[in-house]
Write a protein that binds this ligand. Sequence first.
Ligand code: HGA
Length: 607
Amino acid sequence: MCGIVGAVAQRNIVPALLEGLQRLEYRGYDSCGLAVIRDHGLERARSTQRVAELAQQVQLEQLSGRLGISHTRWATHGAPATHNAHPHFSGNPPRIAVVHNGIIENYEQLREELSAEGYVFESQTDTEAVAHLVDSLYQGDLFEALQQACRRLVGAYALAVMSSDEPDRLAGARYGSPLVIGVGQNENFLASDALAIAGTTDQIIYLEDGDLVDLSTDTVLIVDRDGNDIDRIVHTVQAHMAAADLGPYRHYMQKEIFEQPRAVSDTLQDIDEIVPELFGAGAAEVFEEIDQVLILACGTSFYAGLTAKYWIESLAKIPTAVEIASEYRYRDSVPNPRTLVVTISQSGETADTLAALKHAKSLGMPHTLTICNVATSAMVRECELSFITRAGVEIGVASTKAFTTQLAALFLLAMALAKSKARLSSDRERELLRKLRHLPKAIAAVLALEPQVMDWADRFARKENALFLGRGMHYPVALEGALKLKEISYIHAEGYPAGELKHGPLALVTEAMPVVTIAPKDELLEKLKSNIQEVHARGGELYVFADADTNIRPENNIHVIRMPEHYGMLSPILHTITLQLLSYHTAVARGTDVDKPRNLAKSVTVE
Ligand code: HGA
C-alpha cells in the first residue's frame, strides 16, 4: 500500500527520498510524488508512472532541498491521477505539504467546513482535507497545528507534514497506519517501514498509535496520544539489503518461492521439543485456560488459517473457527472468553485483521496470539502471545514464503495445543518433529519439479478460467492455488472441495476449463479418483499433482506431475509450492507484472 518517506537533513535529501520510494515500490502503488522546501517555497513533482519516471522529472526540474516528503499512493479516494497524487499542498502560495497513508473517514465533513472557510480543493482525496486543516490551524508552529488537526481526524493515518515557514522541521503522526522514525547522523527520517530507509540508517523507532513526532536534523521529540512527552526505544534493525538483490532470479516472486527451504528452516529453528513458550512467556497458562480457537485473517493468511483448523482439530481436538477479519469485525458474534484468538498477517499491520483483533478483545476475549513476519509490528504489540515467522522480507505482492512459514508456525501451534491438552504422545511428538525437520529438504525436492510445471504453464497461459480441486486439508491449498493464479496471471480461477463438484461447478467443465487437482495419498484418495473420473467423463482436462504412491497415471486429457513421497499432515505445505510455481510461470508466459500485479498492494494498511 501507500509508502511514506520524509527527511530533514543538512544535505540534499532528494536522492534518499527517491531511493526510499524505490524500496517501497514492492508494496504496490498507482502514483507517486515528492515535495521539497527550497528558498522558503514548496516545490513538488508527481507522476502516475513508476518511481523511475518521477526521478527523471525531479532531475529535469532540478528539485533539491534539505527538507522533503515523498509518497507512493494506492488510491482509496479519487482516481489514480496526477492531481490526486501526494504530496498535497495548502495555502496560496503553498505553505503546508502533507503525505498520508490511510483513510480519513470524516473527510467529507472537513471538506465542507474548510470549503466554507474559503479553501479550494484540487483533488478528490481525503488527504487534501488534512493539508487544509493543518493550514487552517497553523500559526507559525507546525507541530502544534498537527496536534490540533489530529484531534479532528477520524479514521486511520500515518502523516508526514512540513511547512515552508519552518524549513528545518518535519512533523508526523501515526494512528492505525504504520510509521517509523529513522534516526541518522545530523539527519532524521520518517518512513512507512524500516526497509525504506535501510540504505541510510539502521536506527529505528517504531511509533505507537496516537503518537506525534517533531523532528529536526538533531532532535526527535515524540508525544503520545495524551500529549505527554514520551521515550520510545531505538531499535537497531538489520539492513535488509539482501532482500533487494534479485540474484539469478527473474522476479522477486520466483526468488521468494526458491527461498522457502531456508525460510521454513529458519522459522522452525532447531526446535527439538514442543513447549508453549515457543509462543511467548505465559503461553502455558493461556493454553490451559482456552477451550476453543478463533483464527482471524485475510487473503492468503486466511487460507493458512483454514489449513490450521484441520491440524488443530485433528491433533489437539480443540474446536476451531476461521473467519475473514473484515467480516468478523462487523457481525454480531457470540464471544467466549475461553477462546484463543489467533491473528495471521505477514506484515502484522493488515488493517482489517488488526481491527478484528481489537474487536475480539473488546468483546471480552483477552487471550490473543499473532503469527506474523515482523517482530515490531502493531499486531505483535497488540497480542498477548506471538510467533514470529522468519521468512525474511517478502517483496513480491503475492505471498509465497510468508504463507508456507505461517503454515509451519501453525503446525507447531497445533502440536503445542495438543501437548498442553495431553493429546500428543511423546512418540507422536518425536515423529512429527522429525517430519518437520525434514521439511526443508522435501520442499527443495518439490522445487526441482519446476521444469515440468513450466511445460504446463505454457498451456495454462492460453486459458481464461481454471478450477482447483482438493479435499480435506488440501481444500484450502486449492483455494490458495486459485487465488495465486488470479492475483498474478489474471486468469479467473476458483478453488473447490472436490466433493462439491457435482453440486454446481461441474456445469462449467468443458475442454476449455483446466481442472487442477491436488491428489495426496491419504484416506480420501479413492473418492478423489472418482472426482477425477467425473471431470474426465465430461471432456474436462485434468492437471493432477499426485503423490508418488497414488497410482494415478497420465492418459488422454489427464496430465500428471508426480510429487515426492507423501508427507502426512505436512503435505499441504508441499502441494502449495507446486501451485505457486504454476501461477508464477503462467503469469510469466502471459507477460504480466508478476511482482506488482495490477490493483493490488502489499501490506494492506487500509480497510
Ligand atoms: N486515502 C489516501 C491514501 C490512500 C492509502 O493510504 N493507500 O494505501 C488516498 O486515497 O490518496
